[in-house]
Design a protein around this ligand. Structure first.
Ligand code: FES
Length: 167
């Protein structure tokens, strides 16, 4: 009997360490207030150790992305974790969707070797990665340079008109 109690005492501390604490759980998603972002403004939040770019795109940025024929794209897939894996890289499917196509949310990591691209730079007015010259357009699709894929759109949703939850 004494042996059984002893085993129990040894096992419980181990199980407690396996349980994620509140701070770990909080990091799995992040809520972002976007009410101060007028068209043409962006912010970057950290999510699971990576930068996530949130941009309120201008009508010109949306239009320039919308008018690109899909067969000109280097990566034809949306890379949008909220959609089917074979969804096409149309502007709407890169954005937050119908009625919210001004919002672009994406992991701000170059798909070549992981540098953080600079916003509103490069010949498409989107993002430019200075490490090896990858150029992304205004919906974060790779257009030139060595990066193989569009920047990833993470799981996210609007939890109110002015708040986005990423993750
Ligand atoms: Fe961006 Fe190489 S890491 S172009």
């Amino acid at each position: 009997m004494a042996g059984v109690v002893g085993v129990g005492a040894a096992v419980w501390p181990f199980i407690d360490q396996m349980r994620p604490d509140a701070s770990t759980l909080a990091l799995s998603s992040v809520e972002v207030d976007v009410s101060s972002l007028t068209p043409g403004m962006s912010l970057t939040v950290k999510w699971r150790g990576k930068p996530v770019f949130i941009r309120n795109r201008t009508p010109e940025e949306i239009e320039s992305s919308q008018k690109v024929p899909l067969d000109e794209l280097k990566d034809p897939l949306a890379r949008n974790a909220n959609l089917a894996s074979d969804a096409q890289a149309t502007d709407i499917d890169r954005s937050a969707g119908a009625g919210k196509e001004n919002w672009l949310v994406m992991v701000g990591v170059c798909t070549h070797l992981g540098c953080i691209p600079l916003g509103q730079q490069g010949e498409y007015g989107g993002w430019f990665c200075p490490c090896h010259g990858s150029v992304y357009d205004t919906s974060g699709r790779i257009r030139k340079g060595p990066a193989p894929e569009n920047m990833a759109v993470p799981v996210f949703s609007f939890i109110s008109d002015t708040k986005i939850r990423v993750g």
